[in-house]
Design a protein around this ligand. Sequence first.
Ligand SMILES: [Zn+2]
Length: 159
Amino acid sequence: MPPAPPPPAPPPPSCLECEIVAGRVRPPGGVLWRRDGLVVHAVAAPTPVRGWLVIAPERHVRAVYDLDDAETARLATLARRLMRLQREVLGAAHAYQVAIGEVLRHAHVHVIPRYDDTPERLRGPRVFLAEPGDALPEREAEAAATELARALAVDGHRG
Ligand SMILES: [Zn+2]
């Protein structure tokens, strides 16, 4: 009897953000923007608000403290653009910028619109505590992401 084949190698440690950057995981609407080493996509989880976006560097680094000055400046400028577009295109009343990095250990910034009708219990940090019943239908999340992607493309290099 021939010896048993060796057990399969364990899967490599995976990083959700690297999987999105590589196109192996597709958040609603896919990668909406890719330029200068940065990507923008909809949050890769059920979302209670239309147009919740994530900006991340394509390269795997732990957090914003690992970026160089030019990358940091590009990320901040892009975050400002996205916040403006969430207000102008989606009609958000306000927008948040949040980076924590305790779950996803690949540098990223959440850019989250807040609408006039966003319930009090989903405002501020509580938006991260949304329950499954708060999630928008996936097609609605995708439509908002696509709308922002179109605006981003038209917006071009405006700061
Ligand atoms: Zn990564």
